[in-house]
Design a protein around this ligand. Structure first.
Ligand SMILES: Nc1ncnc2c1ncn2[C@@H]1O[C@H](COP(=O)(O)OP(=O)(O)OP(=O)(O)O)[C@@H](O)[C@H]1O
Length: 384
C-alpha cells in the first residue's frame, strides 16, 4: 500500500535525514517508526503526503508513484494526525470533525451525521462533546478529535506523528488501547511515528527501528525484542526486553494445563485430583471454581458451593495481562476461555506455564540463550 524505493532526503544545508530507504507497508498494516530524536522519522512520514519532497528515489501509495499526483488530491487519500492537533479554535468539536467531508462536497447535514459517528467511534459522545470548543477539552480528548477528523474523509492511509506524545502516561495508554480497538474496526494502512519503544511495541504489526537516517531492523515486535538485528537495536529496545516481550507474547492453547473439572449440577465430589477444580456450566462455559477442602466438607450440588472466578482471560491475551491478572486477584492461576464463544473453558495458565510460554517465545533468540547458559555454567564453576 505504501512503498519506499531507495528514498534519500538531503536538506539544503547538506543534512542527510533519510538515506537510501526501501520498505513496504501492506494494506491494513500498522507500522511504527521508532528511533531517537533526529533520526529521520518525521522526514520519512512527511514525504508520503508530499509535505517534503525526496531528493532521490520513489514513493508509491496504492501502486501510484506519488510524484505524479497533485499534492492536494494525494492528501485527500491520506489522514494526518500530529501532536499539536491544530483544531480550529472557533469551531465546535462537531464542526471541526465535519470540516473535511464538507470541503469534499458532502452536504452539511450528512457531514455532521458522519462526524457524530466518528466522534462516537473515538470514544467521545457527540451529545456531550459535539458542541464544545477545543479549549473546553482535555489534552486526551483533543487528540481523539484529531483522530476522528483524520478519519472523516475515510482515507485508506493514516499518517500519525507522535499523536499521543503530549498526554500523560495513563491517558496515553488509554488512547493507545482505544486506537487499537478502532484500528481493528477500520483497518487503515498506518504509519505511526514515535520515539517510545513501548508504544511502538504495543501498537505496531511491525516496527521499523531507525538508526541515523536508516532502518536498522524492520520486523514484528516479538522478533525485534527477541532477536535484535544488531547491538544498536538491542541497546535501543533496552535491557528489559525480556519483560517487554510479555506484552507481545499471546497465551496459546498449548500453554494451558487441564485441571480437574466439575459441572454445576454434579453432586459435590468427595475426592479431587488437585486442591481445586474448575466449575463449568452445562455448555462447558466457565462458571467458577471450588476447593477440594470445601467439596469434602460440604453436601448437595456443586452449584451451591461454587465460587466466582474473577481471574480469567480470553486465549490470545498477552502474557503481561495474564501476569497482571494473577497479581490483581492474588491468584495462583488464571482460567483461559475461548475468545469467540460465550466463554467456553479451555484450560488454566499457571506461573510455571507462563514461564514456559515466555521461554518458547524467546527460543528464536538462540544466540542469547546460548550466552545465558554460558553465564550460568560460569557461576556454577565459581561456586564449586
Ligand atoms: N528543514 C530542514 N533543514 C535541515 N535539516 C533538517 C530539516 N528538517 C529536519 N532536518 C534534520 O534532519 C534530521 C531528521 O529530522 P526528522 O525531523 O526527520 O527526525 P525525527 O526522527 O522525526 O526526530 P524527532 O523525533 O526529534 O521529531 C535531523 O538531523 C534534523 O535536524
Amino acid at each position: 500500500m505504501i512503498r519506499f524505493e531507495h528514498v534519500t532526503k538531503r536538506y539544503a544545508d547538506g543534512t542527510t535525514a533519510v538515506d537510501d530507504l526501501s520498505f513496504e507497508v501492506a494494506e491494513g498494516e500498522l507500522v511504527t517508526l521508532v528511533g531517537p530524536s533526529g533520526c529521520g522519522k518525521t522526514t520519512t512520514m512527511k514525504m508520503v503526503n508530499r509535505l517534503i519532497e525526496p531528493s532521490e528515489g520513489r514513493i508509491f501509495v496504492d501502486g501510484d508513484d506519488i510524484s505524479g499526483i497533485d499534492p492536494v488530491q494525494l492528501r485527500r487519500r491520506i489522514g494526518y494526525v500530529i501532536q499539536q492537533v491544530g483544531l480550529f479554535p472557533h469551531k465546535t468539536v462537531l464542526e471541526n470533525t465535519a470540516t473535511v467531508p464538507h470541503l469534499l462536497g458532502v452536504k452539511r447535514g450528512k457531514a455532521r451525521e458522519r462526524a457524530a459517528e466518528l466522534l462516537d467511534l473515538v470514544g467521545l459522545d457527540p451529545a456531550v462533546f459535539g458542541d464544545r470548543y477545543p479549549e473546553q477539552l482535555s489534552g486526551g480528548q483533543r487528540q481523539r478529535v484529531g483522530v476522528a477528523r483524520a478519519l472523516a474523509a475515510d482515507p485508506p492511509v493514516l499518517l500519525m506523528d507522535e499523536p499521543f506524545g503530549a498526554v500523560d502516561p495513563v491517558v496515553r495508554e488509554h488512547l493507545q488501547n482505544e486506537f487499537l480497538r478502532l484500528q481493528q474496526a477500520v483497518r487503515k494502512t498506518v504509519l505511526f511515528v514515535t520515539h517510545d519503544i513501548e508504544e511502538a511495541v504495543r501498537l505496531g504489526d511491525r516496527i521499523a527501528v531507525y538508526g541515523e537516517g536508516r532502518i536498522e531492523q524492520f520486523d514484528s515486535p516479538s522478533t525485534v525484542l527477541g532477536a535484535p538485528a544488531n547491538d544498536y537495536v538491542a541497546d535501543f529496545v533496552g535491557a528489559d526486553r525480556g519483560l517487554k516481550r510479555l506484552s507481545v507474547t499471546p497465551i496459546e492453547e498449548g500453554d494451558l494445563e487441564q485441571p480437574p473439572v466439575v459441572h454445576l449440577d454434579d453432586t459435590l465430589p468427595k475426592e479431587l485430583d488437585a486442591r481445586w477444580a474448575v466449575v463449568l456450566d452445562g455448555g462447558n462455559n466457565l462458571h467458577g471454581w471450588i476447593s477440594a477442602e470445601h467439596a469434602r466438607a460440604g453436601s448437595g450440588t456443586v452449584r451451591e458451593h461454587a465460587r466466582r472466578m474473577e481471574a480469567w482471560l480470553p486465549v490470545g491475551a498477552s502474557l503481561k495481562q495474564a501476569f497482571a491478572t494473577m497479581l490483581q486477584h492474588d491468584a495462583g492461576w488464571i482460567a483461559v476461555i475461548d475468545k469467540d464463544s460465550e466463554g467456553r473453558f479451555l484450560g488454566v495458565l499457571t506461573p510455571a506455564r507462563l514461564h514456559e510460554a515466555l521461554r518458547r517465545s524467546t527460543a528464536a533468540d538462540a544466540r542469547d540463550i546460548a550466552r545465558a547458559e554460558v553465564e550460568l555454567e560460569t557461576v556454577a564453576a565459581i561456586r564449586s
